[in-house]
Structures are given as structure tokens and as C-alpha cells.
Write a protein that binds this ligand. Structure first.
Ligand SMILES: Nc1ncnc2c1ncn2[C@@H]1O[C@H](COP(=O)(O)OP(=O)(O)O)[C@@H](O)[C@H]1O
Ligand code: SF4
Ligand SMILES: [Mg+2]
Length: 325
């Protein structure tokens, strides 16, 4: 049992041309001390799936079905007051652009102290010491001095560290990291990922890592869910994801992975994922799938279990289906 279960989440947008569905029966769970990666090309629904967990969605978004259970309670049914308590305190977001979380008008120390005062009930020197400790924990050197700095005086990597420090300071049980290293250079990316990994094991935090970088997934994740056009098309433990991938879209993603270890020639996936305005019958990957069959054009493939905690939503896996306890 996970600390958070997203079950059959359906979501759509009210657009100029009418209502358009963007998420179809999205289900996944997060476990304490584990990292679950959500991967897929841009526009596949990763961010809106994550933002649904915090109920931080655009005004035009409507959740039309499903549940998001956190410690036995459905987040989707929570009052505004309970949601406020949940955000930041229990479930923290590490965004792609750290400036969206940091206020440029206040020092890092002011912002960190505010979090500590609210969530840990500390005041004065105790709160200050805790803030220093939090920055040290995320390996920011000269922490005492750095508390006086404004966000613009921090590099991108340091801003992300400061946001992670804030999440830790309020003892968040779940961290949602949406492309947390995309804006950073490769060395800093690796440092931030190893920081997240340490936090995960030291504090038993559950992490949802959203990324299109499969190398990060290979090095860090425990489970992987692959999204395509608003649906999870394959889910697997990370080792099986790399060693025994099933879904043609997963295979295409892996072939496009610029990893030195892979001997095959790098291939890009031809075409683009559909927008929510473009309705595609049957399997939404069929226009791009080299193994497309007639049935794929008309029928949505169900989920077939191909191993323990490993499924693929592809008709090619029909005969592999095994029951899950
Ligand atoms: N405010 C919005 N109004 C209409 N469509 C949106 C809005 N936000 C996102 N979408 C659409 O929802 C789909 C999923 O978006 P998103 O979750 O941001 O994808 P990802 O994070 O995987 O790149 C995309 O097709 C996107 O165009
Ligand atoms: S269901 Fe058909 S079109 Fe879809 S991924 Fe499988 S083989 Fe390709
Ligand atoms: Mg996104």
C-alpha cells in the first residue's frame, strides 16, 4: 500500500472548441522511501497529473472522475482549508523553474524561517538555527551568510536546493519534482538528483519524479510509469523498465535515449504526440506505431499484466496477460 494512490483520474479542459479530455484513467501510487518516475514526451499529461495531487490546476481544468487517496482521505474531496494544510506541509512541489516558488522580494532566510515558524512552531534563535541546519542539509556552503541572500543572488542549482530545504523544513512526506533539473547544467543536475536520493532514503520521503530524461530515471527511480496522450501505457519496476520493456512507445523512448551504454544507433520517434484537440480512436499511439494492427485503430487497448507490478496497454501483450494478486 502506497502513501498516495491516484486512482482512475480523468481530467479535461473547457476549451474554445468545447470540453477536451486530457487524462484518461490515470492510476499510480507513491510509496514511502521510493522514487516513482513519470516519463513521456512533452504534452503527455505529466504536469497536470502531478498538479492534480495538489489540486493546483488551471481554472478551465475539470476533474471528471477518480480519486487521489492520501492516508485514507480523498484529496479531491478536501476543503480549501485542508488542502492548504496539505500543500507545503505534507506534499511539497519542486518545480522546473525555482523562481515560481521563491519570492524575489524576500531573502532566502525570511522565506525559510517563515516555513519553519509555521510548520515546526519554532521562534527566534531556535528557528534561525533550524534554518541554518536546513541549508547545510542541502549542502549550501556558508549557510549562515547565505540566509541573508535574495533569490537572484543564488544560482539555479542553489535555488533548487533552497526549495528542497523548505520542503524538508516542513517535514513533507511527499516530494513532487516536476523536471527539477531541466534548467540546470549536467553536473548540477547530478548533484540535485543525488540530494533527492539521499533525502528519500534518510527521511523515507516518497518522491514523484517527472522527467523526460531517461538517464535520470535509470540512475534514481524505483518504479516508472510511461505516459502517452493522457494515459499510462506502461508501468514497471525500474529494472524491468530498462531490461524488459514491452510497450512500443516505451521501446521508442528507450531507442531515443542518448546513453553511451546503448550500442544501437540513436533514433528519434517520428511524429508528435497528439494535442488534446486531436481525437484519435483506438490506441492513441497507433499513428506512430510501427507494429499497428487493425484492432489498434478502433479499440482502446486494455492493461495487460506482463509481470509483477508490470503492465503494458498494448494488444501485442494480450497473450502474456497474467493475473495480479
Ligand atoms: N490550461 C490548459 N488549457 C488547455 N489545455 C492544457 C492546459 N494545460 C495543459 N493543457 C494540455 O494538457 C496536455 C498535458 O499537458 P501537461 O500535463 O503540461 O504535459 P507534460 O507535463 O507531459 O508536458 C497537453 O496537451 C496540454 O496542451
Ligand atoms: S496497441 Fe497497437 S498501435 Fe498501440 S502500441 Fe500496441 S501495437 Fe502499437
Ligand atoms: Mg510538464
Amino acid at each position: 500500500m502506497g502513501i498516495l494512490e491516484v486512482k482512475n483520474l480523468n481530467l479535461g479542459f473547457e476549451c474554445e472548441c468545447g470540453f477536451r479530455q486530457a487524462l484518461y484513467d490515470v492510476s499510480f501510487s507513491l510509496e514511502c522511501g521510493k522514487m516513482h518516475a513519470l516519463v513521456g514526451e512533452s504534452g503527455c499529461g505529466k504536469t497536470i497529473s502531478a498538479m492534480s495531487i495538489l489540486k493546483l490546476l488551471p481554472k478551465t481544468a475539470y476533474i471528471t472522475g477518480g480519486e487521489i487517496i492520501f492516508k485514507g482521505k480523498d484529496i479531491l474531496k478536501m476543503s480549501g482549508h485542508d488542502l492548504q494544510k496539505l500543500r507545503g506541509a505534507k506534499i511539497a512541489l519542486i518545480p522546473q523553474d525555482p523562481m515560481t516558488s521563491l519570492n524575489p522580494l524576500y531573502t532566502i532566510g525570511d522565506q525559510l524561517l517563515e516555513v519553519i515558524k509555521i510548520h515546526q512552531g519554532l521562534q527566534g534563535k531556535d528557528a534561525f538555527n533550524k534554518a541554518v541546519e536546513a541549508l547545510e542539509l542541502v549542502q549550501i556552503p556558508c549557510a549562515k551568510e547565505r540566509l541573508k541572500a535574495y533569490p537572484h543572488e543564488f544560482s539555479g542549482g542553489m535555488k533548487q536546493r533552497a526549495i528542497i530545504a523548505m520542503a524538508l523544513a516542513c517535514n513533507a512526506e511527499i516530494l513532487i519534482a516536476d523536471e527539477p533539473t531541466t534548467a540546470l547544467d549536467v553536473t548540477i543536475q547530478a548533484q540535485i538528483m543525488s540530494l533527492l536520493k539521499n533525502i528519500q532514503s534518510d527521511t523515507n520521503t516518497a518522491i514523484l519524479l517527472i522527467t523526460h530524461d531517461l538517464a535520470l530515471v535509470g540512475e534514481n527511480a524505483d518504479y516508472v510509469s510511461v505516459m502517452y496522450a493522457g494515459r499510462i501505457v506502461e508501468k514497471a519496476p525500474a529494472d524491468e523498465f530498462f531490461n524488459k520493456p514491452e510497450h512500443p512507445y516505451t521501446l521508442a523512448l528507450l531507442k531515443s535515449m542518448p546513453a553511451s551504454k546503448r550500442s544501437e544507433k540513436l533514433q528519434t520517434i517520428t511524429g508528435q504526440p497528439p494535442t488534446i484537440q486531436q481525437f484519435i480512436n483506438g490506441c492513441k499511439f497507433h499513428p506512430r506505431c510501427s507494429q499497428c494492427m487493425d484492432i489498434c485503430k478502433n479499440v482502446v487497448p486494455p492493461v495487460y499484466y506482463v509481470g509483477e507490478n508490470h503492465f503494458s496497454a498494448c494488444f501485442l501483450n494480450k497473450d502474456d496477460n497474467c493475473s495480479q494478486d
